[in-house]
Design a protein around this ligand. Structure first.
Ligand code: CA
Length: 163
């Protein structure tokens, strides 16, 4: 069963198993996210949403129109409640690539670009944020910032493009 489909993410059964794990984890994640959001409301999360929206619109307009566009509209939460300092544009660009999703290799590349972008502003911050996106951005956790979040869960990117 698991052994049979091991190493083959393209296998629909294996993919379903991943989706089930994701759905099972949803309750815990939602609870954690809610607690985090309540905390962040007090800390002052995303009080610059207008600036982020403007940045998102700019980045969206420069995106490749030939690539398949997800059904959900592009929205960015900046650095996903991490402090939006002078590296916020790196976060919005990263969100745009995440929104579109795609292959595992594309995600690795997106995170690499993100790390490089943030490290040009603050190397120490990049060292903290990079593992955060690697761990927190997986497609199979139904967060609003997961890999391929522009598509319906559990899609991780355009139809026919396996992760
Ligand atoms: Ca984000």
């Amino acid at each position: 069963m698991i052994r049979k489909s091991r190493g083959s993410i393209q296998n629909p059964e294996f993919r379903d198993d991943f989706a089930k794990i994701g759905i099972a984890a949803t309750t815990m994640i939602k609870l954690s996210v809610h607690c985090m959001l309540i905390l962040l409301v007090f800390v002052g999360c995303a009080n610059n949403q207008k600036d982020i929206d403007a940045l998102a619109a700019k980045i969206y307009s420069t995106g490749n129109p030939n690539s398949p566009m997800p059904p959900k509209p592009f929205v960015s939460d900046g650095c996903s409640c991490w402090p939006d300092s002078n590296w916020v544009e790196c976060c919005v660009k990263h969100d745009f690539i995440y929104w579109k999703g795609g292959t595992r290799q594309q995600r690795i590349e997106a995170d690499r670009i993100f790390k490089e972008c943030v490290s040009q502003k603050n190397a120490a911050m990049a060292a903290i944020m990079y593992p955060g996106v690697r761990l927190g951005g997986v497609w199979w956790l139904p967060t609003p910032f997961r890999w391929g979040f522009g598509w319906e869960y559990p899609q991780s990117g355009p139809p026919g493009i396996p992760y």
